[in-house]
Write a protein that binds this ligand. Structure first.
Ligand SMILES: O=C(CO)[C@@H](O)[C@H](O)COP(=O)(O)O
Ligand SMILES: [Fe+2]
Length: 219
């Protein structure tokens, strides 16, 4: 399956965000991953639709992959759709109405993804698998960049890949997020991930452009 690099701007220098995004996109990153945190679902605050809107205006054709780490994500779907997001990924743990939230995302004309925290099982997947085009396996506990990958999440990546085949949805993406570096990349790819999110490994590198090229050369 085609591999895609999605740099997470959580670790970017926000005083020169468009310059940093331009650098990684020119280097070959196909998606930009936008981490939205509300201070409730995760113990951190980050960015909202305003940032997506600004990126959309500067990069009209860039794929904006929005990771919603918020309680009751239903409340934010319309705003993010208006701001120009391409996909909204919600957490299985963030609402009792996962199915409804995913239908709302699709009705708004966006692609939908489902994310699972490290200690969450995959039971929900069976009930929404036909409506999502991406499954995000969190390889750290969400909320912060720069953490270490949790090795116990590696078998879950393979489990998701297996289940997608079993459910007849083998074209869905398997995304990994958290602690992905040049050192951990091979492990997550061989477990079955094809969309690689990396924040600190790219934006804290001395030369993000070269770091993106290093990632891509290993795909
Ligand atoms: O969703 C999150 C964190 O909750 C991520 O997207 C981080 O931004 C990844 O950062 P690194 O672990 O790659 O530094
Ligand atoms: Fe993320």
């Amino acid at each position: 399956m085609k591999k895609i690099l999605a740099p997470s701007i959580l670790s970017a220098d926000f005083s020169r965000l468009s310059e940093q995004v331009d650098e990684v996109v020119v280097a070959g990153a196909e998606w930009i991953h936008v981490d939205v945190m509300d201070g409730h679902f995760v113990p951190n605050l980050s960015m909202g639709p305003v940032v997506v809107d600004a990126l959309r205006k500067s990069f009209p054709s860039l794929f904006l992959d929005v990771h919603l780490m918020v309680e009751a994500p239903e409340k934010w779907i319309t705003s993010f759709a208006k701001s120009g997001a391409n996909r909204l990924t919600i957490h299985a743990e963030s609402t009792p109405h996962v199915h409804r939230a995913i239908q709302m995302i699709r009705s708004a004309g966006l692609q939908a993804g489902i994310a699972f925290n490290p200690a969450t099982g995959l039971d929900t997947l069976a009930y929404i698998v036909e409506d999502v085009d991406l499954v995000l396996v969190m390889t750290v506990n969400p909320g912060f960049g720069g953490q270490h990958l949790i090795p116990a999440t590696l078998p879950k990546i393979s489990e998701v890949r297996r289940k997608l085949i079993e459910y007849g949805c083998s074209t869905a993406h398997v995304q990994v997020d958290g602690g992905i570096s040049l050192e951990t990349l091979e492990q997550v790819m061989s477990a079955g991930a094809n969309v690689i999110v990396a924040g600190s490994a790219i934006f804290e590198a001395a030369h993000p452009k070269e770091r993106v090229q290093e990632f891509l050369s290993r795909f």
